[in-house]
Design a protein around this ligand. Structure first.
Ligand SMILES: Cc1cc2nc3c(=O)[nH]c(=O)nc-3n(C[C@H](O)[C@H](O)[C@H](O)COP(=O)(O)O)c2cc1C
Length: 350
């Protein structure tokens, strides 16, 4: 069965179908108001708890991915809607304006989105001021997007001093970090000891060097977030290009997590890309992910998406005979031996 057939049946509620009559840019803006409604009752269960990185314990493994709340202005309201953690950002060093409209497009008949927002941000100084005044009730990650190593270094210095931030993600979708040397430099910087866990977020463009980046992450004590959107050229967006999110990413992400886990048993790995149901979350936990992030799920299942996915995850744990998410983790990769080092890397590390 295809991913589309497995996942789509009945998961889009009537009110989201009604919202989908509107242009996607407008629907996105409206959904930001919906999250200020009273949140649903929390669904907590010890079976769902996970240690994601350096003893950071989460009430459930499903977090909001970077991009929904770029400036952290929804955190107070939306972080109470059932996610296990919440990523603010990506934040850039200096303020940036968005790309021309339309910035979002929802193709018919598929659980996917095209977007070209262009990393708009109020800039790290404004966001860090806001987050310094925030009390984190739900574990807060901050995503940083830099266009050079120096930019990342400057932002890491600021972000690592914000008490409410529990972990930092480095969005490495800038072309400078696409080749092995650039990617390795960034991983080294991430592993320099910032007093908080740091993870690097890969784009599907990194798929060809996934093993190299996983080795580097393992050596430098850095976590991985896999993947950002699939780059596309399209006249449907104002910028003429953008990124595709949602179900088309799911198979790619699942395969990549399997490969990264074969390189290292110990690096924290967060899976992201087309996660819309609890069954999918358990699939990727079984191949070794520590946690999952989702964004497009909110566009299709609405603000209750996290609560629904968590509920399905509990049911799916029971159906597959696991006592907890931790017990399921890596179940399908445990029998495999770690990969031998590729010859080029093997020489370099002797
Ligand atoms: C509208 C939109 C904005 C996004 N902005 C960011 C961003 O600022 N930083 C980032 O690392 N990823 C960003 N992403 C990528 C998501 O975090 C995620 O990696 C991707 O959408 C795949 O997950 P999904 O299929 O659950 O949406 C964005 C995605 C969308 C749809």
């Amino acid at each position: 069965m295809t991913d589309q057939a497995r996942v789509s049946v009945g998961i889009v509620p009537w009110y989201m179908k009604a919202v989908h009559v509107l242009p996607p840019d407008l629907a996105h803006s409206l959904s930001r108001y919906a999250v200020s409604l009273p949140p649903p009752k929390p669904l907590s269960n010890p079976k769902l708890e996970v240690d994601i990185i350096d003893g950071l314990r989460l009430p459930n493994p499903i977090g909001l991915a970077a991009g929904y709340d770029k400036d952290g202005d929804l955190y107070r309201a939306f972080s109470r809607w059932g996610m296990g953690f919440y990523v603010v950002g990506s934040v850039t060093l200096k303020p940036r304006k968005p790309l021309p409209r339309p910035r979002l497009y929802r193709p018919h008949g598929g659980l996917k989105l095209l977007n070209a927002l262009g990393l708009p941000s109020k800039g790290i100084a404004r966001i860090s001021g806001r987050l310094h005044r925030t009390i984190a009730r739900t574990t807060l990650f901050l995503s940083l997007a830099g266009f050079s190593l120096d930019e990342f270094r400057m932002m890491l210095e600021v972000a690592s001093r914000i008490p409410a931030v529990s972990a930092i993600e480095l969005n490495m979708s800038c072309p400078l970090f696409e080749d092995p040397a650039g990617a390795e430099e960034l991983v080294k910087l991430a592993g320099r000891g910032w007093g908080k866990p740091v993870l690097v977020k890969l784009s599907p463009r990194h798929d060809v060097i996934l093993e190299e980046i996983s080795w580097a992450a393992d050596r430098n004590g850095v976590g991985l977030v896999i993947y950002n959107t699939i780059p596309v050229r399209t006249s449907l967006l104002g910028a003429g290009h953008g990124g595709m999110s949602g179900l088309p990413l799911y198979g790619l992400t699942l395969a990549a997590i399997r490969r990264a886990r074969r390189i290292s048993e110990r690096i924290p790995i967060v899976a992201v890309g087309g996660f819309l149901t609890g069954g999918q979350v358990l699939d990727v936990v079984e191949v070794g992910a520590n946690a999952v992030e989702a964004l497009t799920a909110v566009a299709f299942r609405g603000p209750l998406a996290f609560r629904k996915i968590v509920k399905e995850l509990l049911e799916e744990l029971k159906r597959r005979g696991y006592r907890s998410v931790e017990e399921a983790r890596g179940y399908k990769s445990r029998s495999r031996r770690p990969l031998e080092l590729p010859p080029m890397l093997d020489r370099a590390h002797k």
